[in-house]
Design a protein around this ligand. Structure first.
Ligand SMILES: [Mn+2]
Length: 343
């Protein structure tokens, strides 16, 4: 059965669900990555062309990663910060690249979105008038692309560029957690994408703070067998944590990497695995337990633990506990001895 028929069915359902909608708020997850940004941007284009709906794209948290800032600037993507929203004014809300039960978005607890489109594993059924959760899709932008294709909506260069960049980064050049649908979407948008802009977005100038964090990451990283972890301490934004987890995983001796950072009284965690069949979401949930929230898919997962301690020692204790749980989750003794990655 072709996935296209799923999209055709869902499109008919969406036509019904958006009946009567004039203005739609499109909310993406906090600290949005290229996939979330592209999903919001492409979905805004889609609902505008198909239903003549006016849209506003909103996000919470920050966008500090240089690549993501370059993406927003180069493609002229207009987004509003959730702190500037008056939620009461938005009757119609679409939540993209996340789900209501996840802790990683700024939707107030008493607000129910009308539409949810995502590709992450779900903790339970999504109770909204319309939902489309495509498990196994490498990128949420791929799902949005399928709506555009199914509806025959023209894809302008900036939208094509955003989708192409999203699929590329979210799947590490289509090699990580990608499936045929992601490849097909990429091949179809790529000819329309602005390659010069993709190059600018992918290789921006990096701030000095990036190099400072990198120094900490390399000197503080610890390993045990094929596991690596690093606690970055205070970070300027949680986005750097996943970048460091990605970097550690590239070490030839490493199969699992975990990076954490302290931000806004929370410990943010980012977990990565090399093996394509690894269930990183499951391992991360074992690490976090009932301390906080987290989830993921395939080889990548992220989460956070709220923390009220003030003393550095209390943070250290929490990080130590995370190390022990990391070991236990992968079948090792919790007091196994970590050693420095670079002596
Ligand atoms: Mn995504």
């Amino acid at each position: 059965m072709a996935e296209k028929s799923v999209t055709a069915e869902k499109l008919a359902e969406l036509d019904q669900a958006l009946n009567g909608c004039r203005t739609l708020l499109i909310l993406i997850h906090d600290y949005p990555d290229p996939d979330a940004i592209a999903s919001g941007f492409a979905f805004a284009h889609f609902v505008n062309k198909r239903y003549h709906i006016r849209t506003r794209i909103a996000y919470g948290g920050l966008i500090t990663r240089a690549e993501n800032r370059a993406m927003v600037q180069q493609l002229k993507i207009h987004m509003t910060h959730t702190s500037k929203l008056r939620w009461k004014r938005h009757k119609w809300i679409a939540l993209l690249d996340t789900q209501p039960s996840f802790g990683n978005h700024s939707l107030p607890p008493d607000v129910t979105p009308h539409i949810v489109i995502d590709h992450h594993e779900t903790a339970g059924p999504v109770d909204t008038p319309f939902s489309d959760i495509r498990l196994g899709y490498g990128a949420c932008a791929t799902v949005i692309f399928e709506y555009l294709r199914e509806a025959g909506v023209d894809i302008p260069a900036p939208v094509a560029t955003a989708i192409a960049f999203a699929i590329r980064t979210e799947t590490q050049e289509l090699g990580r957690d990608a499936r045929d649908e992601d490849l097909q979407a990429y091949l179809q948008v790529y000819p329309k994408a602005n390659k010069r802009k993709i190059a600018k977005i992918a290789n921006p100038k990096l701030p000095h703070s990036y190099f400072l964090t990198l120094k900490t990451a390399l000197s503080e990283a610890r390993t045990f067998r094929h596991l690596a972890h690093v606690h970055l301490g205070n970070v300027e934004s949680p986005e750097i944590i996943s970048q460091v987890a990605d970097l550690l995983l590239r070490h030839s001796g490493i199969g699992w990497s975990l990076a954490t950072g302290r931000f806004n009284r929370q410990l943010y965690l980012s977990l990565r695995a090399s093996h394509p069949k690894a269930n990183a979401g499951n391992v991360l949930r074992k690490i976090i337990g009932n301390f906080g929230t987290g989830g993921g898919h395939g080889t990548m997962a992220g989460g956070r633990i709220p923390f009220n301690g003030d003393e550095p020692q209390q943070w250290n204790r929490l990080e130590h506990l995370v190390n022990q749980r990391f070991l236990r989750a992968l079948g090792y003794k919790k007091d196994s001895v970590w050693k420095q990655l670079i002596e």
